[in-house]
Design a binder for this molecule. Structure first.
Ligand code: NAD
Length: 482
């Protein structure tokens, strides 16, 4: 018996306690060596007035064990409650969300009998940083953040995952034909890191057509790595087309603490009736066992579960006449898996989990020290209620000086001054961006003096952005039509 690994367990809300009890029974029967610390999270904690859904003492448990097996929780309706998942992910730096999506044809109905993909989603950046502003009565904005270290970590994780799990290919989805700087960086770093893994195939798809291909022919993919937003949407699509969101588990991996769970919610309508399917949480627990290097127990649990599926012992959510042999409740399902412990599936592919190789030295993040930056100008975002671009250009253009000239004005990213191709037809909102550029380099004193002159002239300034080059390359996008 290996040494027991301390883990933190939360039983959650709704169906959570039932599926957690079933999962823990199965793990025990498989000989998983776990020392469990139980914490309370979710609805009760929220309703006690703790807006994060977790007590400080429970955090201490997570920081101590560094492994969190979490049942779904209910976030109470109404404002002010922060998502516990987002808090855990962000506070504990869980940068990778890993979600295997496998079909179990012919035992679970699916249009894609040979699907076996793993979505690796970046978890901390992108539009999910939640940096939003209302710029004017008519305009709102969200800032999409993609960093070099954040992307290096997620892409390297995807390739290391592929190597460890004997996967052949890592595909990247992004949209760098439109978001040249943010998704462009994601794609560029994917190329850099892929070159360090010659044993694994690489492939890049623009996310829209890639998503269409994945929904149509998922068997063409293996591991797919993507930024946060695309990953959020497409990991649900992948789980659903595999057969059921009720069957998928997921891991949130961080350098310090990782969290394992089902992808579904707390299904309050099914709670307390011994109806829920514990499979999603159980497969999340399998990911946890692999993570803590209890690969033998992981294999026993997963193969016994596959055998149970194949024997047609199904909960109500996947029960189908002609395929299923027995409709069971949560407890009976757990008992059926335990009864098959040590067995392997006959028709579905049995799983094998290799013992983890000795931990490779953490790859160093690429240093960007020494990047040469030069200030070239400033974008001034203004609220201009009349929506008339020509009037705005006349007013702000008069304040140019110190070598800074008004280069263009745009509305929602489309240049409307100087009159572009179809400026008269271009619809304008009340929020404009005015771009002032210098001939050569400029400095903050000059750009800020310009902002002050604009303010003195009565222009309603909402936001400004420095326009710089990085090693000679523009660090700002051009407006449409510029
Ligand atoms: P849900 O996933 O709880 O339920 C969606 C549907 O799937 C329901 O019909 C439900 O009965 C069914 N279902 C889900 N899991 C099942 C299982 N294991 N066995 C059988 N049937 C199952 O989604 P929802 O109804 O949108 O959300 C309910 C609550 O869960 C909300 O409070 C939401 O905030 C929360 N939620 C929590 C998490 C989490 O903790 N990770 C994730 C998603 C939703």
């Amino acid at each position: 018996m290996p040494n027991k690994t301390p883990i933190t367990v939360a039983h959650g809300d709704g169906i959570g306690p039932e599926i957690m009890a079933a999962t823990l029974q199965i793990l025990e029967a498989a000989g998983a060596a776990l020392e469990i610390e139980t914490i309370d999270v979710g609805e009760k904690v929220y309703l006690r007035g703790n807006t994060s859904g977790i007590e400080p003492s429970s955090w201490q448990s997570l920081l101590r064990t560094k492994v969190f097996l979490k049942a779904p929780i209910t976030t109470p309706q109404g404002g002010g409650y922060k998502s516990l998942n987002v808090t855990t992910r962000k506070t504990l730096g869980q940068y990778a969300n890993v979600r295997p999506c496998v079909s179990y044809h012919p035992f679970v109905d699916t249009k894609h009998p040979n699907m076996d993909i793993v979505v690796v989603r970046e978890n901390e950046e992108d539009l999910y940083a939640g940096v939003e502003y209302q710029l004017s009565p008519e305009m709102t904005s969200a800032i999409k953040l993609i960093s070099r270290p954040g992307t290096e970590k997620i892409v390297r994780y995807a390739f290391e995952y592929a190597r460890r799990h004997n996967r052949k290919k890592v595909t990247c989805f992004a949209k760098d034909n439109i978001m040249k700087m943010t998704d462009g960086l994601f794609h560029k770093i994917y190329d850099e890191i892929a070159a360090q893994y010659p044993d694994i195939q690489k492939e890049y798809w623009i996310v829209d057509i890639g998503a269409a291909k994945m929904a149509d022919t998922p068997e063409a993919f293996d591991v797919i790595v993507m930024p946060n937003l695309y990953g959020d949407v497409l990991s649900d699509v992948a789980a659903q087309i595999a057969g059921s969101v009720g069957l998928a588990g997921s891991a949130n991996i961080g350098d310090n603490c990782s969290m394992f769970e089902a992808i579904h919610g707390s299904a309050p309508r099914r709670a307390g009736q011994n109806l829920a399917n514990p499979s999603g949480l159980l497969l999340g627990a399998v990911l946890m066992l692999v993570h803590i290097n209890q690969s033998e127990a992981a294999e026993r649990v997963h193969n016994a579960w596959l055998r149970t599926m194949e024997d047609g012992v199904h909960t109500y959510d996947i029960y189908a006449e002609g395929v299923s042999t027995q409709k069971v409740g949560t407890k009976e399902f757990a008992a059926a898996v335990i009864a098959r412990m040590g067995q392997k599936p006959n028709r579905l592919k049995a799983v094998t989990y290799a013992k983890a190789p000795p931990a490779a030295a953490a790859a160093k993040l690429t240093s960007t020290a020494g990047t040469k930056m030069e200030l070239k100008g400033i974008d001034v975002i203004v609220h201009w209620p009349s929506r008339n671009a020509q009037d705005l250009a006349t007013v702000v253009g008069k304040q140019a000086g110190d070598g800074l000239k008004l280069q263009m004005v745009d509305n929602r990213g489309t240049m409307v001054w100087p009159a572009g191709l179809a400026a008269a037809e271009t619809f304008c909102t009340d929020s404009f961006r005015c771009r002032f550029m210098a001939e050569g380099a400029t400095d903050h004193a000059k750009t800020l003096a310009l902002v002050k002159r604009l303010s003195d002239a009565g222009v309603d300034i909402v936001m400004t952005a420095s326009l710089r080059t990085y090693d000679g390359v523009a660090g700002y996008s051009l407006a449409q039509g510029q």
